[in-house]
Design a protein around this ligand. Structure first.
Ligand SMILES: C[S@@+](CC[C@H](N)C(=O)[O-])C[C@H]1O[C@@H](n2cnc3c(N)ncnc32)[C@H](O)[C@@H]1O
Length: 385
């Protein structure tokens, strides 16, 4: 694997969230971040691929674009796929699988394209082809141009490997971090989620404040690629973690000095609270988070300066019925209006009428994204008066 050369790196995200991920990539020093449909491109060598997987909170996966060629028919695809120098990035002893997609091209049969590319890899490199392989080669044939990428992430990046349990309708960590970014959350100030489910917003916010890298505890598909430099990766993974924020090294809660709790979750469901506590402890932010079981109507603002309330109440057809939902949103709005003067509010929901039912001063959605076949929007209100 060439560790200095320049490759195109594609950061996949939720449609609608491209600009937010682009801002994160720019902030974290990636070169030439450019939003395109469904993601952001950046440039760099393989160490930048590793760093993108390790550090970016909003990316769902990281693809390395390794080859591109025209293919007008299957025999040409077969021939040109054999010319790709697969040994530069794949290992002959590591199983691989191919996923192909065709759009607006003379080659229209994705299954046949997959089979040709798998055969080329199998015969030219000798790597075993397996449906269960962790290493995935993605071929996209668009307008007769075949682009070959390696999925360097493996499991989707929202899996930080800190969540033992999830409550119903959990928010993905990646999306939660992008919504926090859109709320202007920069790691300072307290955060409250009064319907926290498995604790995603609270834990993400605490991790951001603590300067923890989102990929610090998981493995990645790139560890299985040719030329992977284990020692360089260990150095990158170990560098500077936990030192970036106020919660700092004490975030695990075992240090002598306990940092002030600034991240608060509550939910009426006892199971959700138990999960949130477990998940926060696994993420190393148990010492700066607090979870309590109560209904939203019993919510009071934590003492200290105001900050951000971010909440993702039940919505759509997934949970509960409409009439109950309107009264739930109204109750949330009343509690926030009376107890959270000075706090900013971010509300994630699927319908504008539900956001309006809160009576909070929301304008048009700040951002709308496709998530699990549904359009969800973030509504923002500035400091409540
Ligand atoms: C869509 S889920 C939130 C998911 C959460 N963001 C996560 O990532 O896991 C909505 C949550 O609201 C909680 N909830 C519903 N009605 C409530 C109420 N009246 N008071 C407090 N929590 C409530 C549910 O128990 C559920 O956990």
């Amino acid at each position: 694997m060439d560790t200095v050369g320049d490759i195109e790196i594609f950061l996949v995200t939720f449609p609608g969230a491209e600009a937010l991920l682009c801002a994160e990539a720019r902030e974290k020093g990636f070169i030439d971040p450019t939003p395109i449909k469904g993601g952001v491109t950046v440039r760099g060598g393989w160490p930048e691929v590793w760093r993108a997987n390790l550090e970016l909170r909003g990316a769902s996966r990281v693809l390395a674009r390794v080859a591109a060629f025209r293919a007008f028919h299957l025999a040409q695809l077969d021939k040109r796929a054999r010319r790709v120098v697969w040994s530069e990035f794949l290992r002959p002893d590591v199983p691989v699988r191919v996923e192909a997609a065709c759009k607006g091209s003379r080659i229209y049969h994705a299954g046949a394209a997959t089979q040709r590319i798998e055969k080329a890899i199998g015969e030219e490199l000798g790597a075993p082809i397996s449906a269960e392989a962790e290493v995935v080669v993605k071929a996209r044939i668009d307008d007769d141009l075949c682009t070959i990428s390696i999925d360097t992430s493996g499991e989707s990046l929202h899996k930080r490997n800190h969540k033992e349990a999830v409550h119903k309708a959990p928010m993905r960590e990646t999306l939660a971090s992008l919504f926090l970014r859109q709320c202007g959350y920069d790691g300072t100030g307290p955060v409250v989620d009064p319907m926290c489910g498995s604790g995603t917003f609270v834990i993400e916010a605490a991790e951001i404040a603590a300067g923890l890298k989102p990929g610090r505890s998981r493995r990645f598909a790139f560890e299985q690629l040719a030329g992977f430099d284990e020692a360089a990766w260990s150095r990158m993974r170990g560098a500077g973690d936990g030192g970036g924020g106020e919660a700092g090294g004490e975030a695990g809660g075992d240090g002598d000095i306990k940092p002030a709790v600034r991240f608060h979750g509550s939910d009426r469901d006892a199971g959700a609270i138990a999960m949130s506590r477990t998940n926060a402890a696994l993420a190393g932010v148990g010492g700066v988070t607090e979870f309590r079981q109560h209904a939203v109507t019993d919510l009071v603002a934590p003492s200290g300066p105001p900050g951000l309330v971010i909440v993702n109440p039940p919505y759509g057809n997934r949970i509960g019925d409409k009439k109950q939902l309107y009264s739930l949103y109204a109750a949330l709005g009343q509690t926030l209006t009376s107890c959270f003067v000075g706090w900013r509010i971010g509300l994630v929901t699927s319908e504008a009428t539900l956001a309006r039912a809160t009576g909070l001063p929301f304008g048009e959605p700040a951002v709308s994204v496709s998530h699990g076949g549904m359009r969800v929007s973030l509504y923002l209100a500035g400091a409540l008066t």
